[in-house]
Each structure stands twice: as structure tokens, then as C-alpha cells.
Design a protein. Structure first.
Length: 185
């Protein structure tokens, strides 16, 4: 259970609420005489560190053959906690569209429910698809731009929303085909 990939996912679980708190409390930096951009830099740095652990936990798990059931649950949970902490913090601070964040959250909840159903039915669709990986990268880039208050962040967010919806539809189709195939046996 406590192998390198699971430890990296656990680190993401710890970083997410800290980053969320920093996004919501920029006055911690300004009250101490620092420019507000330091809160942006700190939140973005934490997000990048956590995002890097996301890449490495999967890579290490495959290379060292340390894929575990705990890891299969912990990794997507940590991913969602990280991205949702960033998106909700940005939304609460008025730096991200409420509708975009709503769509992303609804998709994530729906897919989480679908994953639970697939596990209970003995259907293996947990492997991340190409669209799911692109969605994750697009979300991470959008979060980075929004955290740093760079121009184009809102456009990147809506691109991430489109990819999020697309990957959700792809996931649903994959589940439907696997469920149908299982029923045919």
C-alpha cells in the first residue's frame, strides 16, 4: 500500500487543501508586505509540484509494476481533489467562470459514479483514454494560466471544458460498449 506511486498520490492529497487555502487567502502575503503576485506564484508552484507527482506516480507504478487497487482509487481521487481545489478557489475569487467550473464538476461526479458502477459490474474501464489525458493536460494548463492571471486563461478554461465534456462522452461510450459486451456473454 505504501509504495512510491501511492505516496506521490498521497502528497497530492496534502497539497490540494494547502493550495486551496493560499488561493483564498492572498492577504497572508500582502499583510506581510509582499506583493499579491507572491500568492499567485506560491499557489502555482504547489500546483506544478502536485501535477508533476501525477505524472510520476503513474510512470513509476507502470515501470516498477506497483499498480495497486489502493493506487487505482487514490490516484484519480488525488487528481480530482487537486484540480477541483484549484478550480473552486479560482471561481470563489472571481478568476474562473462559474459555469465552466460547474460543467467540470458535474462531469467529474458523473464519471466517478460510472467508475463505481463499472467496478461493481466487473467491467474494467479505469484506464485513462487519450481524450482523458488531453483533458487533464488542458485543465492543468488552464489552471496554471488562471492562477498566474495570464491573458488567455479564460479561453483555455473553455477549451478544457470542451475536452472535459468530450472525454466524458468517450468514457460513457466505452462503458456502454463494455457493458453490452459483458451482457452478450
Amino acid at each position: 500500500m505504501f509504495n512510491i506511486p501511492n505516496t506521490l498520490a498521497f502528497i497530492r492529497l496534502l497539497i490540494a487543501p494547502l493550495m486551496f487555502w493560499i488561493i483564498l487567502n492572498p492577504q497572508v502575503f500582502t499583510d506581510n508586505g509582499w506583493h499579491i503576485t507572491w500568492s499567485y506564484y506560491t499557489a502555482a508552484l504547489l500546483f506544478v509540484i502536485a501535477s508533476v507527482t501525477d505524472f510520476f506516480d503513474g510512470y513509476v507504478a507502470r515501470q516498477l509494476q506497483q499498480i495497486t487497487i489502493v493506487g487505482e482509487i487514490l490516484d484519480p481521487l488525488a487528481d480530482k481533489m487537486l484540480t477541483l481545489a484549484a478550480f473552486l478557489g479560482l471561481m470563489m475569487m472571481g478568476d474562473a467562470s462559474v459555469w465552466a467550473i460547474y460543467i467540470i464538476i458535474v462531469r467529474e461526479l458523473f464519471i466517478t459514479g460510472l467508475r463505481t458502477l463499472s467496478l461493481s459490474e466487473g467491467i474494467d474501464i479505469n484506464s485513462a483514454s487519450w481524450a482523458g489525458k488531453v483533458k487533464t493536460v488542458a485543465q492543468m494548463i488552464a489552471i496554471g494560466f488562471l492562477l498566474m492571471h495570464w491573458s488567455g486563461g479564460e479561453l483555455l478554461l473553455w477549451i478544457a471544458v470542451a475536452l472535459t465534456v468530450y472525454s466524458g462522452i468517450e468514457y460513457l461510450i466505452g462503458f456502454s460498449k463494455a457493458y453490452q459486451k459483458k451482457g452478450d456473454k
